[in-house]
Design a protein. Sequence first.
Length: 438
Amino acid sequence: MQVALSLGVVAAALLSVRRVQLYGDALFVKQPGNTGTSWHTDMEHVPLKTNSFVTLWIPLQPVPAVENGGSPLIFADGSQRWDANERLSHIRSGAFSLSSHGALQIGDATAHHGQTMHAAPALACDSRDERWALTLSYFGAGATKVELPAEDEDRESYRAWVDDIPVGHEATHPLLPEVPLNSLECSSSQLTMPQIRIHDEPTLKRTEAEAGEHRNKSETVASTMWLNTYRAMLLADHGLFENAQELLTVTLSKSTDLLGPGHPIKLTCLSHLGTLLQAMGKEDAAVVVHREALEMLKATFGFAHLETLACATNLGLILRDQGQYAESEELFRLALKGRETALGPSHRDTMVSVYNLADVLKDQCKWADAEVLFRRELAWCEKVYGEDHDGTHVSRRNLARLLAERATKLEDGSTGKKERESDRRREREREREGLIMS
């Protein structure tokens, strides 16, 4: 707490305010095999009305640049100035740049406004170390409370105080402490502070031209390619699928020509392109892309690698939706075995593989094997989440559906294959409609 309050002087200076409150702190741990962090703004999950909000992102170990396999934040330059109603037009126009401030060393930090759109890549496929980062968020005193949807994914971070403040009232609460005024009497130049890289500050912003002075040509090209993949993700997140597909396709081709067919950026492009094509309903094309990525991963890292297992899972999901149950089952079995070995039998990702395999076994009326796996997943949910958690309720319903479907099919002698394939098609249509609406 003392460190957070002492750094409040930096937040006050950045926000140009005389009174600043600590909103919260968080520790972000990205493990090898975790997916990247999607595009978002901090204010999407902050129940406050204010334009004075800043986050300090402080790495707890050296973080390589994105082109060298690190996972620093990536920013959409100037996005904190975009009106929410005009965000889509800004993104569609493409008249903005992306930037990152890696590599970062111990003692470095970045600062970004609460409305700045940002994301973070996954760690490199060959990374063995976790990436830990501490965030400290502050807001200018005088902010008022607003209501966020009850299902907000970040609700747990403010649950302890949010109901104590009425909507429209000033956000004052013991859990939102104000930085002591005497800490603001000294200027930031008098303090021994981390090296803060302020995003979107013209004099401090790291540009590609500046970076090029310190990196060789291939690193500069790689950085551009990496940022292009995240521009494509930003387009896709806002329903601009065709634009995203075109950019990923061009980036994939250029990266192969300029960096060679075995460069890690190719794997990243293939992964994003396969997922995008699947979301667009172009499943045959997605299968081709995922197969290429899977073969490249197997040749580079072997089948037991977590990235390979994730790719096999993605391919298995598409094949399952296409009714190619046998191959889907084979991929899911390999993914489950690999994750049990690499992560352990009780890891969350292992449980995802348990569910996937159970689901495709149910599709093939392999009732007994599916029941064993559904019961295993339910037991895990009850132990980890508790009896009344939403995830436990969903798991319990999945098992109940299996038992009911088995009883029905055994009574009428049908397999239900056509009905399940029809259900799958309807599910995919709903998923695509949801993506387009977002």
